[in-house]
Design a protein around this ligand. Structure first.
Ligand SMILES: [Zn+2]
Length: 749
């Protein structure tokens, strides 16, 4: 083929392609997005809003005087050229005050408020984003008040990601307005008057959108009506009958295509999945979004039924600068650039879907709890990949830079402040759940905990503390310590681990030492760590609690291990380096002794260099001595429990110190003052005694050590016992145990 023909064909090919698929210019420029990039991108949006929040006023205190019950927002968005919106927001509120005579709403100050009606026209002022309305009278606690605000103007655009966007998309040579909103976290009042606080969810919201009749408008909930209006216009009215936070209320309008998939709920009901892609993206959307029914089934099985099961779910396409997705309740906004006809962005589809449970149904109580939204949604991505590709894929996702890999420095997950970013809130937030799952190590309990947390706060709000309390209730113990430092402090634990083993009393004993060496000395992580010892084909596994900066563990595999793996399955976010075991005493206990009976036990040490020498701090009363080669021997002089501090040193000034408690079984000294006799005819034990100097009272322990009770010194008593062994003890006034005497039934001691 010659060059001229090739050029002509190339031209024809370009023309046909451009005519048939007039794709948006941005499409070919959009590289494949990794979860990390997505998380960073979502966070950039939130971060810009957070920065704005930090300089903004807190919720006006008087706004706590009422509870938002219902909003009906009617917006005319037809003035695309002038970019002026005309709206009426009717709010029904319940007074929480004895004397509510003023209602304060959040509203961008760029708007002109045309009128406020509350049983007639009312006076108002709009200053610094607060619309203050004088009500027609004082409303008592519990009374409902309804206020309608009519306004117009240009929505606030003071955000890196505008809350209210206009876009001109061309399709088949025509340009179509594309209008959409993105309110998280504080943008709702940029375009409509409301009480803009996530902890005050309205019971229901109705959104009526007036557009040119060439367009379709979508919002939350279900489509209630489409009314034809004069001037070639239509009004789409959507109603959300589940409680909803203001940042989740959305408005979209464009020349969408529309198709429906179906999710079969756990009870067999069919739930529509209403999708509104751009027409030029219809084919791609039908493939890229087609995992949703399976994802909804999976999430429902893991987290409980889809929260808005009597309404719908679905995507409305948008084109946001830099690309984004947003979990608007029942109606996720999904970027056209991420709808490529394949499944590369399934993690995003799952992320926004999971938000319907984590964020929309259970909404963060305050913005510092943001990980309850984003950490949960991000972790749900990993769960989906575990579901379809197995546990190895899940684990890989937690570590992959294309997944939830966490890089230090990472900030506190709760109240991330200036360190707020995808790495901390999304990835490390997701790791919080992974760590909890590893600590609980029982998937049915872990997921039951998630479901319990969800059900206790469904359609409401939750705090971080409530989440952990709910998980703890189901686990049966407090799980908070295992994630506390990750949530409230920085970075991760840096473990230095070492191990060695030696023979002790004819069996291998292995000592594992774990030091936490993270530089912030106030930071101590509490974790549950699996330890795996191996040698050739032998494997020994156990799990230990690590909660101090320097701990040692004594393990007894029946072989001499050559390798140690700490947390081999990576349930804990950590950094590990190994070191040689320093000089370490191998024994973790001393053999029991008996008063007046010759005693010997031998101490050993491992690690260290050159010769070793033992010495100890021994109480005088023990009657024992420790030789430099570790032999503890002698004749114990007295019964009781004795603290013995044993030190070993090596030739390089290495040292190890261990505290032992030596138990010496006491015997009765003459003159005998105690007697006991078990009467076989009635099973009663008879005790008799005379006074014992320095004893304040006697304590009788049945064997084993249950059912302890005290006996008055001045009385003789009888008692029924189930066992034939009794221990009598005398206790001195300072409560330290002085002596124990063994008494055998039927005999005088
Ligand atoms: Zn998210």
């Amino acid at each position: 083929m010659n060059r001229a023909i090739r050029l002509i064909l190339a031209f024809i090919g370009t023309f046909v392609w451009a005519w048939a698929i007039p794709l948006h210019a941005q499409e070919d420029l959009s590289p494949l997005l990794t979860p990390r990039q997505f998380h960073d991108m979502e966070c950039a949006r939130l971060r810009s809003a957070f920065i704005r929040m930090q300089s903004a006023r807190p919720l006006d205190s008087e706004q706590s005087d009422y509870d938002a019950v219902y909003y009906h927002l009617t917006l005319d968005v037809r003035d695309f050229t002038g970019r002026i919106i005309y709206g009426t927001s009717t709010i029904t509120a319940r007074s929480l005050d004895d004397n509510l005579d003023e209602l304060i709403l959040d509203l961008c100050s760029t708007f002109t408020v045309d009128s406020v009606i509350c049983n007639g026209l009312r006076t108002f002022s709009l200053t610094d984003g607060l619309l203050t309305i004088a009500l027609d009278r004082a409303y008592a606690q519990g009374e409902l008040v309804q206020v309608s605000v009519t306004y117009h103007g240009t929505p606030c655009q003071n955000n890196e990601f505008p809350s209210f966007s206009y876009l001109n998309r061309s399709w088949y040579g025509r340009r179509y307005p594309t209008i959409f909103t993105l309110s998280e976290p504080f943008g709702a009042s940029d375009w409509w008057p409301c009480k803009n606080d996530p902890s005050d969810k309205a019971d229901s919201v109705r959104v009526s959108i007036i557009v040119a009749d060439t367009l379709t408008a979508t919002s939350n909930g279900i489509l209630e009506s489409v009314a034809a209006l004069p001037a070639s216009s239509k009004m789409f009215t959507w109603v959300e009958r589940y409680p909803i936070a203001t940042y989740l209320v959305c408005l979209n309008a464009s020349n969408y295509a529309h198709y429906t998939n179906w999710y079969i709920a756990l009870n067999g009901d069919s739930v529509p999945i209403e999708h509104y892609p751009y027409p030029e993206k219809l084919t791609q959307a039908q493939t890229s979004w087609n995992a949703l029914p399976a994802m909804m089934t999976f999430n429902a099985q893991k987290f409980g039924e889809y929260p808005f099961v009597t309404e719908k779910y679905g995507h409305t396409m948008w084109t946001i600068p830099g690309s984004a997705a947003m979990e608007h309740q029942c109606n996720t906004s999904f970027d056209f650039a991420w709808t490529d006809g394949g499944h590369s962005y399934d993690f995003l589809v799952q992320h926004e879907l999971a938000h319907q449970w984590w964020g929309d149904d259970v909404t963060l109580a305050t913005w510092p709890d943001i990980w309850l939204n984003e950490g949960f949604a991000s972790y749900s991505e990993a769960l989906w990949f575990e579901h379809i590709n197995g546990f190895a894929a899940y684990r890989n996702y937690m570590f992959s830079s294309a997944g939830l890999r966490v890089i230090d420095p990472s900030g506190p997950v709760y109240n991330p402040g200036e360190l707020f970013d995808g790495n901390t809130v999304y990835n490390k937030g997701g790791w919080i759940l992974h760590i909890l799952r590893g600590a609980i190590r029982n998937d049915s309990l872990f997921f039951a905990g998630l479901r319990e947390y969800r059900s206790r706060h469904a359609l409401g709000n939750a705090t971080t503390a409530e989440c952990l309390a709910d998980m703890s209730d189901v686990a049966g113990y407090d799980v908070t310590p295992y994630v506390y430092a990750y949530l409230y402090l920085t970075n991760r634990p840096q473990y230095r681990v070492s191990f060695d083993s030696g023979e002790l009393h004819g069996q291998w004993q292995t000592v594992v030492r774990i030091r936490q060496t993270q530089t912030n000395p106030d930071t101590t992580f509490t974790t549950r760590l699996d330890l795996r010892l191996t040698a050739n084909s032998d494997t020994f596994r156990t799990r230990v609690e690590n909660s101090t900066r320097n701990e040692r563990y004594y393990l007894r595999p029946d072989f001499q291990p050559t390798q140690l793996a700490v947390d081999p399955d990576d349930w804990v976010l950590k950094q590990i380096t190994t070191e040689s075991l320093p000089l370490t005493i191998l024994n973790n206990s001393l053999a029991d002794a008996v008063e007046a009976v010759p005693y010997t036990d031998t101490l050993y040490a491992i690690g260290g260099y050159g010769g070793m020498r033992f010495w100890s701090y021994l109480g005088n009363e023990s009657g024992l001595a420790l030789s430099t080669d570790g032999v503890l021997s002698g004749i114990p002089e007295d019964g009781g429990d004795f603290l013995i501090i044993i030190v070993v040193e090596d030739d390089l000034a290495g040292a190890d110190t261990v505290e032992f408690v030596l138990h010496i079984q006491g015997i009765l000294h003459p003159p005998q003052r105690l007697s006991a006799c078990l009467h076989p005819e009635n099973g009663l034990l008879e005790l008799r005694w005379s006074s014992v100097p320095e004893a304040d009272y006697y304590r009788i322990n049945r064997s084993p050590f249950v059912d302890m009770h005290e006996i008055d010194l001045t009385f003789t008593t009888t008692d029924t016992i189930a066992s034939d062994t009794l221990i009598l003890g005398s206790v001195t006034g300072d409560s330290s145990v002085k002596r124990f005497y063994s008494v055998t039934s039927g005999q005088n001691p």
